[in-house]
Design a protein around this ligand. Structure first.
Ligand SMILES: [Zn+2]
Length: 60
């Protein structure tokens, strides 16, 4: 679950966004190797990985 932006970055949402309504997300380069920015607060213990729709895990 992510959204690609025109500037070459991708927004990744917390894996609990749907289940728990967590609003936290991070902005990554499209190569997924760097966290540019983290926004929002988790309403639970922050996960070590963000899970994408196709089953990949992104380290945060
Ligand atoms: Zn969260």
């Amino acid at each position: 679950m992510h959204k690609e932006n025109r500037d070459g970055t991708t927004l990744w949402y917390c894996s609990r966004r749907q289940a728990g309504g967590c609003r936290a997300h991070v902005k990554l380069h499209q190569d997924q190797h760097g966290v540019l920015d983290a926004q929002g607060d988790h309403d639970h213990e922050p996960p070590q990985y963000y899970r994408t729709r196709d089953g990949q895990f992104v380290r945060y």
